[in-house]
Structures are given as structure tokens and as C-alpha cells.
Ligand binder design. Structure first.
Ligand SMILES: [Cu+2]
Length: 180
């Protein structure tokens, strides 16, 4: 009986191991293969278009791909971001590629601090949502004329699965104790 319970625990733990990583932090390469650059195709809307398909959660990481000395990453207040004022950043990261951990919920504003680069579209504003409040609007898959929707795995269902399996694991442990 104890052996059976042990096997059940292993089984449950294996499932938990499979599903739990889905809830862990993700890396996002800003701009995809374009990287972090001035004059991106599409201009000022390039990086907001890139971000519009994505959901950012606390502890996710933004990876800004650029060559050191050609660009940088300035973290700005909303006002300075809106005006492309890069002279008084909250934080400036000179070395590329730069990894920025999204360590809180709310808005983050980034721009390149090199002269003219922000005004040419090298700027990104994102919102980091709490894991319990998905804010992305429902997409209509296969709607005519719509671009392919960004298929992100439903975090909440992975989380509830993980919770279910954790509960199962706890129950199995209790069972094991009772049988000893
Ligand atoms: Cu730049």
C-alpha cells in the first residue's frame, strides 16, 4: 500500500513538474528579430505593435538586443517618455544586450537615450499585469482579414492545474502518513 502511495506521489510530482514551469518567468526579446534599434519599420508604432500581442507578468524579463555604444536603454517616467526627454532617466543601461526584469505591476517606459533615437520610434511602453487579472481582450481566431492572433498559453488554466496537482500531492502525503 505504501508502495502504491509512493508511486502516486511520483506521478503527481511529475505532472506538477510539467505544469509548474508554465507559470514561471518568461523572456521577451524586444522587437523580436528586429531587436532594439532606431528607425524601426513602422516608426513610432513598431514597438507598441510588438507589445500589443503580449501579456507581461511580474518577473518576466525584457531582453533589449543592441550593440553597446550604438544604443542604450533609458527607463523613463511617463512624462519624459511622452516627450522623448531622455536626459533624466530613472535608470540607464549602457551595455547590450540588456536584460530588464519586470519586478512590479504597472507601467514601464523605455526609450533609447541616443540623440534622435526616441523620436524616430525607439521607444516602448508596456503594462505589467498581475497574474490574477488577465487584461487582454478576447481575440477572434480565424476572423477574415485579421492578423494571426498571438497564441499565448492560458496562464490561468496552467496555474489552476498546478494548484490541483499540488493539492493531490498533499493528499497523497497525508494518505502515506495515515498508512504508516
Ligand atoms: Cu538608439
Amino acid at each position: 500500500m505504501a508502495k502504491l502511495a509512493n508511486m502516486a506521489i511520483l506521478f503527481v510530482a511529475a505532472f506538477a513538474a510539467i505544469f509548474l514551469p508554465g507559470t514561471e518567468a518568461e523572456d521577451f526579446t524586444v522587437g523580436g528579430s528586429t531587436g532594439w534599434t532606431n528607425n524601426p519599420s513602422g516608426g513610432a508604432s513598431f514597438y507598441s505593435n510588438w507589445a500589443s500581442d503580449l501579456t507581461f507578468n511580474v518577473n518576466d524579463v525584457l531582453v533589449f538586443n543592441f550593440a553597446t555604444g550604438r544604443h542604450d536603454v533609458a527607463i523613463l517616467t511617463k512624462d519624459n517618455f511622452d516627450n522623448c526627454n531622455v536626459n533624466n532617466p530613472i535608470q540607464l543601461i549602457n551595455n547590450g544586450p540588456a536584460r530588464v526584469t519586470l519586478n512590479r505591476t504597472g507601467d514601464f517606459h523605455f526609450a533609447c537615450g541616443f540623440p534622435g533615437h526616441c523620436n524616430s520610434g525607439q521607444k516602448l511602453s508596456i503594462n505589467v499585469s498581475g497574474s490574477s487579472s488577465p487584461t487582454s481582450p478576447p481575440s477572434v481566431p480565424g476572423a477574415p482579414g485579421s492578423s494571426p492572433p498571438g497564441e499565448t498559453p492560458p496562464e490561468s488554466s496552467a496555474t489552476s492545474l498546478a494548484i490541483t496537482f499540488s493539492l493531490l500531492l498533499a493528499t497523497s502525503c497525508l494518505n502515506l502518513f495515515l498508512h504508516f
